[in-house]
Design a protein around this ligand. Structure first.
Ligand code: EPU
Length: 312
């Protein structure tokens, strides 16, 4: 396996810098050898929820391929054994074809399976945690570990897989479902997204996590309720907001999406993130946190979950 230097990092935003070093291991052995040399390697998923700073990153960036992106589906039992580098949308279609229910609720979520598990990808129709049985991973020193579902620490758009490199996942889906019904639900989910999200423009999905309300807030909910960050930004008047360069703007369709123009830079996006945060803090006293993962050259990086994933 060869190391490439330097290499661009492909993300859905289509902006930002590259990797000083890049590798695509195809087996656990190759991955383990890479971690021995580069324990601080960053794992690239589908780049769907990732913003790389314009300066790029110094650590080795790894994209899992081959065996680490393959799957076996047992359509009788509904058990799917899948490598972390596999494409979630492709796996969703393959499982629906076999009449397996469970992953179809993640229709329209672009991610690798590993990325989706690390950040418990999902939305109003379901989240991946619901069907995960076991996660296989390597510690940063190359030791393999296997975690059962109740050891993974899944929560809203997060997991306790921080610091680990996920290599594979066992999913348990529900067998013997009507393929037509599953396809129908998948279509409805896609139609909902098409109607409520700006899917055509380059974006990275939702930029912010939906926050829990710090107190009862009329028109939003009661203390502790998770409320749509898009709704808060919209009500604060954030739609169409743009930084000085005008190269990126808050979507008019769904305010938790940023749409980028051809000249956008990571700096523009980071500036807009700060402006939107300020706007919502001023309007409602609510602090927004990014769901988007940001890779920076200077940030201390310990392979934590929030620097190792992709999006819904
Ligand atoms: N709303 C507005 N204005 C906006 C955006 C939303 O009024 O600009 C309102 C909607 O009309 C709706 C409510 O807010 O009444 C909730 O909106 P939506 O159904 O779009 O859900 P969301 O909470 O904003 C979540 C996920 C999305 C996922 C959708 C649908 C997060 C941060 N977002 O959005 O996930 O696609 O549900 O399942 O959890 C992502 O994570 O990248 C993402 C796009």
């Amino acid at each position: 396996m060869t190391l490439t230097a330097p290499a661009p990092i492909k993300t859905w935003f289509g902006v930002g810098g590259g990797a000083d070093l890049f590798a695509e291991p195809t087996t656990e052995r190759e991955l383990s050898a890479l971690l021995a040399e580069h324990p601080d390697a960053r794992i690239l998923g589908d780049g769907a929820n990732l913003l790389v700073d314009d300066a790029g990153v110094a650590e080795l960036v790894v994209r899992l391929r081959g065996e680490l992106a393959a799957w076996q589906i047992d359509e009788r039992s509904g058990v799917v054994r899948v490598g972390a580098g596999a494409s979630l949308p492709k796996l969703i279609h393959a499982t629906v074809r076999e009449g397996l229910a469970g992953l179809h609720t993640l229709g329209g979520v672009p991610a690798t399976v590993g990325g989706a598990v690390v950040m418990n990808a999902g939305g109003r129709f379901g989240e991946i945690a619901e069907v995960v049985e076991t996660v296989r991973a390597l510690k940063r020193d190359g030791t393999p570990v296997e975690l059962r579902r109740d050891e993974i620490g899944f929560d809203y758009r997060t997991s306790g897989l921080n610091g680990l490199v996920v290599t594979g996942v066992d999913l348990r889906l529900t067998p013997e479902q009507s393929t037509d019904d599953l396809r129908g639900t998948l279509k409805e989910i896609m139609a909902h997204k098409k109607a409520s999200q700006p899917l055509a423009a380059p974006s990275c999905g939702c930029v912010f996590r939906n926050p829990s309300l710090p107190r009862d807030m009329e028109g939003f909910g009661v203390a502790g309720d998770r409320v749509s960050a898009g709704l808060l930004i919209d009500r604060a008047g954030g739609k169409g907001l743009t930084p000085a360069s005008g190269a990126v703007r808050v979507s008019e369709v769904h305010a938790n999406f940023f749409e980028t123009g051809p000249d956008a830079t990571a700096r523009d996006i980071i500036e807009l993130i700060d402006r939107v945060r300020e706007l919502v803090a001023r309007a409602f006293g609510v602090k927004l946190e990014t769901e988007l993962v940001i890779w920076r050259r200077t940030a201390a990086h310990a392979g934590d979950a929030r620097s190792a994933r992709t999006r819904p």
